[in-house]
Design a protein around this ligand. Structure first.
Ligand SMILES: NC(=O)c1ccc[n+]([C@@H]2O[C@H](COP(=O)([O-])OP(=O)(O)OC[C@H]3O[C@@H](n4cnc5c(N)ncnc54)[C@H](OP(=O)(O)O)[C@@H]3O)[C@@H](O)[C@H]2O)c1
Length: 273
């Protein structure tokens, strides 16, 4: 039985993950922490049965909660500042983390990688835990080298509450394409285009454009456009609901509890892609 701590169970992702975890016979939810609905039953938030009647605790009490409940794994889909603080506390207590929060800083990621080794607590960090998206990543890594002389643009669309732009998934796509054509995404990424003269650098090795749309309740769309002389190819992934993302988080929880190496794993590794 995997003893699980859930961060942010009142969030869009958090409540779906809570529901799946509470219904999973291999997972025992031992704690839930949030800044909202403190004192509510996790079952009432996740709208499912909660056999242990877990009460949502104040995340400010995290050290005490860990000492009392001894989780094996913590799952975190919240906000970057919270994740950067709470996952450090978790890893220092030997808890294996599954982190879906996007917008994490490079500084945090470097520090966290060292902590994972030092405290021997592997983690999954992934901007998108959906199976289809990770197959999409794989296809892009195979295809891009053939199209490196074409122009490549990434277009993503999400709901109007999303905090970060571009999406973590769009950044992952950019890095995968750039790596596969031996380029450096940090140097060639062009985020949006300002009004006025704005000529594109030709070919994907020189520029990859990334564009963000924020509107309504769009769950998450990603289009990768490859344009060459006289023709173009477009690849598109659309999430119809967050269920595929929450199911991916549960797979990652089951994977990380047995993961052999003290490192940060991707969802591609979780899925064996
Ligand atoms: N990797 C993936 O597959 C994937 C998929 C979807 C989303 N995401 C990412 O996951 C994150 C959450 O997305 P969402 O759509 O679920 O957002 P959301 O609905 O806004 O939920 C975020 C939750 O985090 C809570 N929170 C804020 N500060 C906290 C803290 N200090 N400690 C604990 N909980 C805290 C929020 O509480 P309040 O509402 O009270 O502020 C809220 O319940 C975002 O970064 C998003 O980009 C990743």
């Amino acid at each position: 039985m995997i003893k699980l701590l859930i961060f942010g169970p009142t969030g869009s992702m958090g409540h779906l993950i809570s529901r799946l975890a509470l219904d999973d016979s291999n997972i025992e939810v031992v704690a839930a922490c949030d800044v909202d609905k403190i004192g509510d039953s996790l079952g009432s938030v996740a709208a499912t049965s909660d056999p242990n009647n877990i009460i949502i605790n104040d995340v400010g009490e995290l050290e005490n909660i860990i000492a009392r409940t001894q989780p094996d794994v913590a799952v975190d889909f919240t906000v970057a500042e919270a994740t950067e603080k709470n996952s450090v506390i978790c890893v220092k207590n030997g808890i294996r983390c599954v982190i879906g929060t996007t917008g994490l800083s490079e500084e945090f990621l470097n520090q966290f990688e060292n902590l994972v080794k030092e405290y021997q607590a592997p983690a999954v960090i992934s901007s998108n835990m959906a199976t289809g998206v990770n197959i999409f990543f794989k296809v892009l890594s195979v295809l891009s080298p053939y199209l490196k002389d074409w122009d490549i643009e990434i277009i993503e669309a999400h709901h109007h509450r999303k905090l970060d732009a571009p999406s973590g998934t769009a950044l992952t796509i950019g890095n995968i394409i750039a790596d596969s054509i031996h380029s450096d995404f940090k140097k060639i990424a062009k985020f949006g285009r300002d009004k006025g003269p704005n000529k594109r650098a030709i070919g994907a090795k020189n520029e990859i454009g990334v564009h963000s749309i924020r509107a309504g309740d769009i769950v998450g769309d990603h289009i990768v456009l490859f344009a060459g002389p006289g023709e173009r190819i477009e690849f598109k992934h659309q999430a119809h609901s967050r269920d595929c993302l929450a199911a991916g988080a549960i797979k990652a929880i089951k994977f990380i509890v047995k993961a052999p190496e003290n490192k940060i794993y991707s969802t591609r590794e979780v899925l064996g892609l």
